[in-house]
Design a protein around this ligand. Structure first.
Ligand code: ZN
Ligand code: ZN
Length: 193
């Protein structure tokens, strides 16, 4: 009995199970079906399989191709869903920031800070964190907690050195605390726009 060039097991002499390349290298039907997904040439001698052989695998190859496509489609759907979810989260975040900015405009600093701390502790992605840190600095400044302003705004400018408004409130807080040198340093950074 011939042995398969792929799996090295014996093959029954049967046209349904035994296939051969043009150089007569024996291969199992299932081994060849797997192999044809990668190549149409014999794994041993690299001669192309005859059209007659390939024709007998058309259905299997098409099915495999469809399975592959279905997997790609499913992956894409998952990716689309993830993007929509991310966008929805972003919209929710922006809405919350809008409400918080309104609270600050209405001098409701306690409420604004409380909401900001929730977002701060959630630790959303960087761009969001920066806005949260800035508003925490600003609201605490307006509330008169200059030490906390400095604390939050230092975290902010460490993340993003190009945040003029962050430096502006940092400078104002230093000024209030009677630290003119540090205030000047921050105000100088605030001018870069
Ligand atoms: Zn085999
Ligand atoms: Zn061969």
């Amino acid at each position: 009995m011939p042995t398969c060039i792929v799996c090295h097991l014996e093959i029954e002499e049967n046209p349904n199970t035994l296939f051969k390349c043009t150089n007569e290298h024996p291969i199992h039907r299932k081994c060849l079906a797997e192999w044809l997904l990668h190549s149409q040439n014999c794994p041993l001698c690299t001669e192309p399989y005859s059209q007659n052989v390939l024709n007998q695998f058309e259905d299997e190859l098409e099915q495999k191709e469809q399975e592959k496509q279905a997997a790609i489609d499913a992956e894409k759907k998952k990716e689309d869903f993830r993007k929509v979810e991310e966008l929805a989260n972003r919209i929710i975040f922006l809405k919350e920031i809008e409400e918080i900015e309104q609270l600050i405009d209405d001098n409701q600093y306690e409420d604004a800070i409380e909401k900001l701390l929730v977002l701060y502790n959630e630790g959303s992605y960087d761009v969001n964190d920066q806005k949260v840190l800035f508003l925490l600095g600003k609201a605490n400044f307006l509330k008169g907690r200059f030490d906390l302003t400095i604390n939050f705004l230092f975290k902010l400018v460490k993340l993003n050195f190009e945040y003029p408004d962050g430096f502006l409130y940092l400078g104002k807080a230093y000024e209030k605390l009677g630290l003119p040198d540090k205030a000047k340093w921050a105000f100088d950074r605030a001018k870069i726009e």
